[in-house]
Design a protein around this ligand. Structure first.
Ligand code: GLN
Length: 481
């Protein structure tokens, strides 16, 4: 068990302005905590003290000079190790990038630092973000700070654990099929997957390019809103980033939710959903109704096909994206007598079993003769799933579901059966395929004290609406019903 996180973006700001602490001292305190807790949690893979203290120094200098502070001034953040940070080892949780140091910063990191944030280090994750438990990391699993014998979820398990354990105030994760929302649910903290295209992917090392998104973990909704405000918005370095205006989320979240229509799809409450999770999520929905939201029953008939569709689309894209790790350009190289032997040995040693499995699946789905039967068909079903969302959003403002079918499972419990592991994302992959934003918010615990997550989907670029609902839910005590 761990002490509850004590710092928020607001409390950091207040303490700095009141000179109760300095950005430098804060960084030191966080590094002390990390030193104490990380051997057990394994949440961080690399720390960057030089960079962190330099940034803290800039914040402290601004305070001394009485300059206005940017929104994240002095806030210690952690960043998932698939997001490039110049000069900081970035491994993607893989042996193939064990000694890789990016020559540039991801846009999301650049924007965080411009807003005054202090990057403490890089967090552990499933290899190339492929996984639901963090057990696919080449650097060992992360433990869930709420229950050390349990997984923190994946693939952004290190970022979720770091925030839940108070080793960072906020963190960046990535979500391709559930990797922000699911670990958020397992670790009991809010976790936001923004709309596809909302946050630049420049500098995010690709898993499945049409699905990958960067988003925040925090301990409250106001902090979540601040991080997304800072990171969202068009970036000319990412051709898929959207030129859509970014609203003032901090103002939006305080708006009343009275009259908002929340859709509840029956397809998310059927077989396979743990009864304790179901009860808490239903209690969460009742609370939203008490706050004045109107509940609208929904049918989203293609939900059942989402896992199969996701694992074809994602593996197909991964097989193409990961072709770049060939031992020639960067990353690991294992010598061989011929070029082919060098490729083979490099990949054999560099990639873990799940990554190899996905490259094979994806290559198969894209190969001539099978393309029509698998990849093309999956793309068609993806459109049907997106249509389910589009027609739901003609009737409702948001959709509320469980985030995951169960609470955090035990380390080792699902490693022998990849299909069981894939089912941990059954409620999250739908929104990933549709490109819509989704947030997981805590909604109480199981009888044994494990956090449960409630998921709220919004329509494209309507993060404000789901944050607004999440904030109302938080204020009404929903996080601990
Ligand atoms: N667990 C899913 C997978 O293994 C999702 C991962 C993710 O969102 N990065 O692909």
């Amino acid at each position: 068990m761990t002490a509850a996180p004590t710092w928020t973006i607001t409390s950091v700001r207040d303490a700095l302005l009141a000179k109760k602490t300095s950005a430098h001292e804060l960084v030191k305190d966080f590094y002390d905590q990390i030193e104490r807790r990380n051997p057990e949690l394994n949440a961080f893979l690399a720390l960057c003290p030089e960079r962190a203290y330099a940034q803290a120094g800039r914040v402290d200098a601004a305070i001394t000079k009485g300059q206005p502070l940017p929104p994240l001034a002095g806030v210690p953040v952690a960043v998932k190790d698939v997001i490039s940070a110049q000069g900081v080892r970035t491994t993607c949780g893989s042996k193939i990038l064990e000694n890789y140091t990016p020559p540039y910063d991801a846009t999301a990191i650049e924007r965080l630092e411009k807003a005054g944030a202090v990057v403490l280090g890089k967090t552990n994750c499933d290899e190339f973000a492929m996984g639901s438990s963090n057990e696919n990391s080449a650097y060992g699993p992360v433990r869930n700070p709420v229950a050390l014998d349990r997984v923190p979820g994946g693939s952004s398990g290190g970022s979720a654990a770091a925030v839940a354990a108070g080793l960072a105030v906020v963190a960046l994760g990535t979500d391709t099929g559930g990797s922000i929302r699911q670990p958020g649910a397992y670790c009991g903290i809010p976790a936001l997957m923004p709309t596809y295209g909302r946050v630049s992917r420049y500098g995010l090392i690709a898993f499945a390019s049409s699905l990958d998104r960067i988003g925040p973990f925090a301990t409250n909704i106001s902090d979540t809103a601040t991080v997304i405000s800072v990171t969202a918005g068009y970036d000319s370095n990412d051709s898929t980033s959207a030129a859509v205006a970014v609203p003032d989320y901090l103002a939006e979240i305080e708006k009343p939710v009275l009259g908002l229509r929340i859709g509840v799809p029956e397809d998310y409450f059927g077989a396979g959903l743990d009864p304790e999770v179901k009860t808490k999520v239903q209690a969460g929905i009742s609370l939203l109704e008490k706050l004045g939201c109107k509940r609208v029953p929904l049918k989203m008939p293609h939900t059942d096909y989402a896992i199969a569709t996701y694992y074809i689309v994602a593996t197909a894209e991964a097989s193409s994206n990961l072709a770049r790790y060939d031992g020639v350009r960067y990353g690991l190289r294992v010598q061989g007598n011929t070029l082919m032997e060098m490729y083979r040995k490099t990949r054999e040693r560099g990639f873990g079993p799940e990554v190899k499995r996905r490259i094979m699946l994806g290559t198969y789905a894209l190969s001539s003769g099978y393309y029509d039967a698998y990849y093309l068909r999956a793309q068609k079903v993806r459109s049907l799933i997106a249509r389910d969302f589009a027609s739901a959003f003609e009737k409702v403002d948001a959709i509320v579901t469980p985030t995951t079918p169960t609470a955090a499972f035990k380390l080792g419990e699902k490693t022998a059966d990849p299909l069981q592991m894939y089912l941990a994302d059954i409620y999250t992959v739908t929104g990933s395929l549709a490109g819509v934003p989704g947030i997981s918010v805590p909604c109480g615990k199981t009888a044994t004290g494990l956090p449960i997550g409630m998921q709220i989907f919004g329509s494209h670029f309507d993060e404000a609406r789901i944050l607004q609902l999440a904030r109302a839910f938080e204020k009404a005590g929903g996080f601990s019903i």
